[in-house]
Write a new protein. Structure first.
Length: 103
């Protein structure tokens, strides 16, 4: 386990509901190419923080990479709706472009 990951895990122990820390752990798994772990981390993040828009984009891209386009499509649709609801039109447009590529 990397020093960065150890630090993130320690922070999660201190602040288990902090979405930025949870996102950092998911991204760290992604960076380590631990794709199944990253999927689980992103899903957990979205379950506890459904308004955390960046996780939808990253999870959608990861699911697409893993040839799970149907799941990616659903994540993008959810992410677009959330992004629009919180006023993040840029993220909604970006996810719409990715959705178009797999549809």
């Amino acid at each position: 386990m990397s020093a960065r990951r150890i630090k993130l895990e320690q922070l999660r122990d201190q602040f288990p509901e902090d979405p930025e820390i949870l996102y950092g752990i998911a991204m760290d798994s992604l960076g380590d190419e631990s794709f199944q772990s990253a999927i689980i981390e992103f899903q957990g993040l979205l379950k506890s923080h459904p308004q955390f828009v960046p996780a939808y984009l990253q999870l959608g891209q990861l699911l697409t990479r893993e040839m799970r386009e149907e799941e990616a499509s659903e994540i993008y649709k959810q992410g677009i709706a959330v992004a629009v609801s919180v006023g993040n039109r840029s993220a909604a447009d970006e996810m719409a472009r990715f959705l178009d590529m797999i549809s």
